[in-house]
Write a protein that binds this ligand. Sequence first.
Ligand code: COI
Length: 369
Amino acid sequence: MSASPHFEIRPSDHPVPDAEREAVLASPGFGEHFTDHMVTLRWSAEHGWHDGCLEPYGPLSLDPATVVFHYAQEFFEGMKAYRQESGAIVLFRPMENAARFNRTARRLAMPELPEDTFIRMLELLIAQERSWVPSGDGYSLYLRPFMIATQRGLGFTLPSRSYLLCAIASPATYLGGGAPKPLSVWLSEDYTRAAPGGTGEVKAACNYAPAFAAQRHAVSQGCDQVVWLDAAEHVWVEEMGGMNLFFVYAAKDCGRPRIMTPALTGTLLPGVTRDSLLQLAPTLALDAEEGRISVGQWRRQCESGELTEVFACGTAATVVPVGKVRSASGDWLVGDGEAGPVTLRLREALMGIQYGRDPDPFTWIHKVC
Ligand code: COI
């Protein structure tokens, strides 16, 4: 058993040709193209973490009776490597992802990974794939570490006794890159994402599969994304599919504008971007708080002009305005339906740190190479 496992290096004999890679980097989209390598690391009850390898990207071969296929014992993280203007390639708050990785592992009865191994695994992959990190605002190398249960058998008594951790990388611009186009969102009043005591606050794959039906419904209603409400009353706004939400209130009585995000009640994901914006806001003369908002308040406060902007945030999406809300009981615009100044200021401040244009007063940047 090794607390700090070794990674064997097996470079690919057939990397993607330079011209092909450059064409991908010019317009990568999101999650469509993958780099030449991946990292794998195994865990067993007998040997702990072992058999670490940086190897050519390729298919995994698994017995059809493997636990992950039947009982969804799987989870993932999402992070980005940024190419800064100085040429440095950096990660943003990777220790936060390492800590959430282990919180998710605990909730799913899966093995925790030493945080330094989590970081080392990603550094190895990024250093190997440095030519795959695109440059430009909104461009990044998206990293997707994930862990699956690999024991063979359909018995449902105890968790799997073996696991595979894998990290893959994909050049990305989420939602098209460039100036963010406001999203239209559908309020899901029938489906529920997460209930107290469930897995809503961790990054379990089983939170995402049931969301597809609601997301498909949102798209059928002409919307980009679904907004989830609380499970008990179907009234309180929780989060979007894969992003947290923020509400922007106009300044009152010579005060400052205020941003509010739904509090972490145990059913929504504690996003790293969400936490970063809560910390950044006061540096931009904005008050910031965690609270709650009902669907009725959202609509009334937009109509009265008290609520001026709404935006979504996440690692993949960064900060994206919400322009229009649709629901079974009616539609409304947020502000004039366009990106608002507070949304754009927060987005610019966050990306300024990530891309190295601005100082990093919180020491969030982790230089890789
Ligand atoms: C991320 O933002 O990294 C996520 O995991 C969201 C995913 C649904 C794209």
